[in-house]
Write a protein that binds this ligand. Structure first.
Ligand code: COI
Length: 355
């Protein structure tokens, strides 16, 4: 069924909560805007798309997503341009990726008319919630899950696609401390590592909990087979600067194909920086550190943006990286990316859409 913009019904809230919130100072992911988009898929077609006041959704205890994890999601952000216009960064890339994730989880694709047009309509309606203060933005969370009321294991016949959004500050307020684990794995070849599915995140929590107990922020995952090659961090992709080359793990199918990762690599290449997407072992990183050739490590993600990595613990030893003010590549790319996303500089990639 073809859904067009005019078929999105809108029910506005009668009581905006915006005045009750300091949208420039909210903890990450705790305060939600006035509205949400809800689309329903049933028996082979998209039935209904509506924007309604943000609120709870009815749910049966037999909801299939709760039992078998047919749930995928996205993360993107809306910014305010220098003239106050709402801007979205690469929403088409999120649309493409959610459909790739959906394919892996046997879920039907979401049409552009619902994902892109619905997203734009929703953000236009809640545009006042986009923070005005630098460092705060509107984080958008599209979520797509199975809604069959059945405990039989099979791809569901019914789904909900929902978009909610929340004003947020920094995901990491300080440079990040990572610990390498060989006790747990995040994803194996042939698994769901490259899909943005809920199960990947749930499966990482115990390792992260143990990392936090030891004083680290997150785990740095290694490949499942050899426990040798660096994968990602769970909350973000990672890159290392060794001898002035930006090196990041290649997309092997076990890590998330990050949109921030792709944007960073594109910008670096166009700036003439040498970039390598390849297998990179933790031993190579440790050796570069020993020889004084590891000048930076950083994470790349929508929530995390560019997160400087201060420490990497490997086999019980901390590699302490240079302070941020001595770094060259990550601070520059962070600034460049923020200037593009907020419309301070024009870009020729077609990444930014004004609403
Ligand atoms: C994002 O960066 O948008 C994510 O979904 C990561 C999540 C851990 C907040």
């Amino acid at each position: 069924m073809q859904i067009v913009n005019s078929q999105i019904s809108i029910e506005k809230t009668t009581h905006s909560r915006i005045k009750e919130q300091d949208i420039n100072n909210t903890p990450f992911g705790k305060v939600f805007t006035d509205h949400m988009l809800v689309a329903t898929y049933l028996d082979g077609s998209w039935q209904e798309v509506k924007i309604i006041p943000y609120g709870n959704i009815p749910m049966s205890p037999s909801l299939s997503a709760l039992h078998y994890g047919q749930t995928v999601f996205e993360g993107l952000k809306a910014y305010r341009s220098p003239t106050g216009k709402p801007l979205l960064f690469r929403p088409e890339a999120n649309h493409k990726r959610i459909n790739e994730s959906a394919f892996r989880l046997c879920m039907p694709p979401i049409p552009e008319e619902i994902f892109i047009d619905g997203l734009k309509e929703l953000i236009r309606l809640d545009a006042d919630w986009i923070p005005t203060q630098s460092g705060s933005v509107l984080y958008i969370r599209p979520i797509y899950f199975a809604t069959d009321e059945s405990v039989g294991l099979k791809p569901a016949n019914s789904y909900k696609f929902i978009i909610i959004s929340c004003p947020v500050g920094a995901y990491y307020s300080e440079p990040v401390k990572l610990i390498v684990t060989d006790k747990y794995i995040r994803a194996a070849e042939g698994g769901t590592g490259s899909a943005k599915c809920a199960g990947n995140y749930g499966g990482s929590l115990l390792a992260d909990k143990e990392a936090k107990k030891q004083g680290y922020d997150n785990v740095l995952w290694l490949d499942a087979k050899e426990k040798k090659y660096i994968e990602e961090c769970g909350t973000m992709n990672v890159a290392f600067v060794i001898n002035d080359v930006v090196i990041t793990p290649q997309l092997t199918g076990t890590i998330l194909p990050g949109i921030t990762r792709d944007s960073v690599l594109t910008l670096f290449r166009d700036m003439g920086v040498k970039v390598e997407e390849r297998l990179i072992s933790i031993d190579e990183v440790a050796e570069a550190y020993q020889e004084g050739n590891l000048s930076e490590a950083f994470g790349m993600g929508t929530a995390a943006t560019i997160a400087h990595i201060s420490t990497i613990n490997y086999q019980g030893k901390d590699m302490i990286l240079p302070p941020v003010n001595e770094r060259k590549y990550a601070p520059e790319i962070l600034q460049k990316l923020e200037d593009i996303k907020t419309g301070k500089v024009t870009e020729s990639y077609g990444w930014v859409s004004e609403l």
